[in-house]
Design a protein around this ligand. Structure first.
Ligand code: PEP
Length: 250
């Protein structure tokens, strides 16, 4: 499996000019590291700009940060998975903790969005993780069961699960590589229970939460993660480049 490095820009940077500059730098970086799949999850409004004029190369993909569960209709302000596919997005983040917290996303909605993404042939990056003082095993198993409800084993290879302990996101403390390893093995165990071992092995599990150039490699080697989901550090081309370099040979 190719390593997957996902940049979640959230609602950043401020302008198209800055966004284009950042995208161009990340595109340069991706040229050097073809063994790594770099996925830029930028605000919707810039995706077309990035994908036009040959912006996408092998090893560099675009992703959305959300999609609606219906393909079209009276949902003011929303964007469907098929619209994202039209913009050449290959991935979409679903169930990020910020959307669960501020936009009322619940497990039912997340499940419907995952199904919509798969139907539109976009790979969902499904975020799971416990909040401060919550028990990881209980929360993560519950979130995975609900998220994958009704999804057949054959589609597991199209799904990325991002383990993002909510307390580690942003300026939080990063999760220790040993704890991330426990979460990784636990997620595989849940997938094996829900499906089978082969299905669990085919699902890419990545880590997200305060990743930087110093800790990135540990999550791939010690925690055996298939990749990383990076927020803050993906807005700094130099830091992001150092992260990619540090995991390049793992
Ligand atoms: C995120 O919000 O998905 C994330 C991983 O953020 P950060 O890297 O800033 O912790």
């Amino acid at each position: 499996m190719k390593k997957i490095i996902i940049a979640n820009w959230k609602m950043n940077p401020g302008t198209l000019i800055e966004a284009k500059e950042l995208f161009d730098s990340l595109k340069e970086i991706s040229r050097e590291f073809r063994e790594t799949e770099i996925i830029i999850c930028a605000p919707f409004v810039w995706l077309e700009n990035f994908s036009s004029q040959g912006g996408l190369k092998r090893g560099l993909s675009l992703g959305g940060q959300n999609c609606h569960w219906e393909s079209h209709g009276a949902f003011t302000g929303e964007i469907s998975a098929s619209m994202l596919a039209d913009l050449k997005a290959g991935y979409v983040i679903i169930g990020h903790s910020e959307r669960r917290q501020y936009l009322g996303e619940n497990d039912l909605i997340i499940n419907a969005k995952i199904k919509a993404a798969l139907k539109a042939k976009i790979k969902p990056i499904v975020c799971v993780g416990e909040r401060q003082n919550e028990e990881m095993h209980l929360v993560v198993e519950d979130q995975i069961r609900s998220a994958l409800n009704g999804i057949p084993a054959a589609q597991l290879k199209e799904i990325v699960i991002a383990y993002e302990p909510v307390w580690a996101i942003g300026p939080g403390d990063p999760c220790s590589p040993d704890n991330a390893l426990s979460a990784n093995l636990f997620i595989k165990k849940v997938l094996t229970k829900l499906y089978n071992r082969a299905g669990a092995e085919k699902t890419a599990i990545v880590y997200g939460g305060s990743v930087d150039r110093k800790n990135a490699a540990d999550y791939l080697s010690r925690s055996q993660m298939a990749g990383l989901l990076i927020g803050g550090a993906s807005l700094d081309a130099q830091e992001f480049g150092e992260i990619i370099k540090s995991v390049g040979n793992i």
